[in-house]
Design a protein around this ligand. Structure first.
Ligand code: AMP
Length: 298
C-alpha cells in the first residue's frame, strides 16, 4: 500500500492505473478510522481494481473551530488499518496542498467554490451553516483530483449521501455513488469517530439508537403519523439527558419533512451528549398506510 501526501504523486499513480484499464474506487474519510469506515472499503473493493482511501480532515466543513481542533487525528494507525483492509493507496494531503491560496480565500469567497443543493437545506444543513457547502466543495475537489469511477459513502451520514448524489447529478460527474449500510456497535450506537470523545462509561448516547428502534417498531405496528413518531423518539432521547438538535421524519430521497408516513420514510436525529454532537438515522416502514382504504372511506 502506498501512502501519498501530494496531488502530483497521486495523479501520476492513478494515471498509470487508468492506462492499464483499472477501475478506480475512492473511500472519502476524515480519518480516525473505525469499523464503519473499513466496511466502506469492503463494500467498494469488489466494485473496482484500485481502492484509494482519502484521509483529509477538511477544515471548511467544520462550523466550529473547537470541533475541528478536538477531532481525533490518528494518521499512523489509520494507514495501518487501511493496509490491513486491502486499500491500495492512502491519500492524506495537507491543508495547504488542498487550499493553495489559504483558507481565507475560501471563507472570503475569493476562490472558486461549489455549493450544496436543496437536499442540504434542512436537518444538519440548517443547524450547521456552511457545513454542506464545505462538504460538496471538498468532494468536488477530490473527484477532480482522483477522477474515480466509483465512490462510496455511508448511510451513517444519510443527508450527506443525498447531498453528494445531488452534486454528482447536477455537476454531471461520471462517477457511480454507492451507499453503504450504517454500522453499529453491539450496544446499538452508530460507529463514529466522535464516539472517541464520549465518556467511556456513559450510557446516555445509547438512547439515540434506542429511540430510533422504538420508532421503527411503532411504524411497523402501523403508526403513520410523523408527529407521533417524532414525539416518541424525542421523549426517549430527552429522558436520557441528551440535548436534542433535531428529530425529523422525511422523504427518503428529498429529505423534505413528511406529516404522514406513506409506506416508508427516514427518521433522522441529532443530539448533543455534553459537547459531543451525535447523529443517527433509520428507515421507517409502515404497514398502516393504505391509500385505497382511505379512498373507499371517502
Ligand atoms: P467521516 O470520516 O466521518 O467523514 O466518514 C467517512 C465516511 O464513512 C462517510 O461516508 C461516512 O458516512 C462513513 N461512515 C462513518 N461512520 C460510519 C458507520 N458507522 N457506518 C457506515 N458508514 C460510516
Amino acid at each position: 500500500m502506498i501512502l501519498s501526501r501530494t496531488i502530483a504523486d497521486v495523479k501520476q499513480i492513478l494515471a498509470a492505473e487508468r492506462r492499464s484499464g483499472k477501475r478506480i474506487g475512492v473511500v472519502p474519510t476524515m480519518g480516525a478510522l473505525h469499523e464503519g469506515h473499513l466496511s466502506l472499503v469492503r463494500v467498494i473493493r469488489p466494485q473496482c481494481d484500485h481502492v484509494v482511501l482519502w484521509l483529509f480532515l477538511n477544515p471548511t466543513q467544520f462550523n466550529s473551530k473547537a470541533d475541528y481542533d478536538k477531532y481525533p487525528r490518528t494518521l499512523e494507525r489509520d494507514a495501518a488499518l487501511a493496509k490491513e483492509a486491502g486499500v491500495d493507496l492512502v491519500f492524506a494531503p495537507s491543508v495547504e496542498e488542498i487550499y493553495p491560496d489559504g483558507l481565507e480565500a475560501y471563507y472570503e469567497k475569493r476562490s472558486v467554490r461549489t455549493y450544496a443543493g436543496a437536499c442540504s437545506w434542512g436537518l444538519c444543513g440548517a443547524k450547521r451553516p456552511g457545513h454542506f457547502d464545505g462538504v460538496v466543495h471538498i468532494v468536488a475537489v477530490l473527484f477532480n483530483i482522483l477522477q474515480p469511477d466509483v465512490a462510496v459513502f455511508g448511510e451513517k451520514d444519510y443527508q450527506q449521501l443525498r447531498v453528494i448524489e445531488q452534486l454528482v447529478r447536477d455537476m454531471h460527474y461520471h462517477i457511480e455513488i454507492i451507499a453503504a449500510p450504517l454500522i453499529r456497535a453491539e450496544s446499538g450506537i452508530a460507529l463514529s469517530s466522535r464516539n472517541e470523545l464520549l465518556q467511556k462509561d456513559s450510557t446516555a448516547p445509547l438512547a439515540l439508537s434506542r429511540a430510533l428502534l422504538s420508532a421503527r417498531d411503532a411504524a411497523e405496528q402501523g403508526e403513520t403519523d410523523a408527529a407521533s413518531i417524532r414525539e416518541l423518539a424525542a421523549g426517549i432521547i430527552r429522558t436520557a439527558g441528551l440535548s436534542i438538535d433535531y428529530v425529523e421524519v422525511t422523504d427518503i430521497h428529498t429529505l423534505a419533512p413528511v406529516a404522514e408516513i406513506r409506506n416508508e420514510a427516514q427518521l433522522l436525529v441529532a443530539a448533543y451528549c455534553g459537547e459531543v454532537r451525535l447523529i443517527d438515522n433509520i428507515r421507517l416502514r409502515t404497514s398502516g398506510y393504505n391509500p385505497s382504504a382511505l379512498k373507499t372511506n371517502g
